[in-house]
Ligand binder design. Structure first.
Ligand code: ZN
Length: 126
């Protein structure tokens, strides 16, 4: 969108400046949209970024019962970051596992975040 001013962290939709009570794309009315004019150019290593994203993923997964949209928000942010540098692979633990499963075909790849919780299933749209 040429005049995009805001980014919805739930659906990834963008919309122009204006007054909104909910995202025009998905109807989310609880999250605060990101201001696209407030974008940053930062220097960070891929490993540092993976650590931050994976910690956020673990946290969101641990609190998904009380904050069910948080995990989708984390995956949306990770996907947008990954699109900026797709050749270096996954930023999330769940995508790392999905990549291993894809690489090794029928291999039974299992893991847990904390020894009790299964890794989150990523929504199909992320
Ligand atoms: Zn939205």
């Amino acid at each position: 969108m040429a005049d995009a001013k805001y980014l919805c962290l739930q659906c990834g939709g963008t919309f122009p400046e204006g007054e909104y009570t909910a995202c025009p794309g998905c109807g989310d009315h609880k999250g605060i949209p990101a201001d696209l004019g407030d974008a940053l150019d930062l220097h960070i290593t891929r490993h540092e970024l993976r650590v931050l994203v994976m910690w956020a993923e673990f946290w969101a997964n641990a609190h998904k019962e009380t904050s069910p949209k948080m995990l989708k928000t984390v995956y949306g942010i990770a996907d947008r970051l990954n699109l900026q540098d797709p050749k270096h692979g996954a930023l999330t633990f769940s995508q790392d596992l999905a990549d291993v499963r894809e690489s090794f075909g029928n291999a039974n790849v299992q893991s847990t975040f904390d020894g009790t919780l299964p890794p989150p299933e990523r929504p199909k749209d992320h």
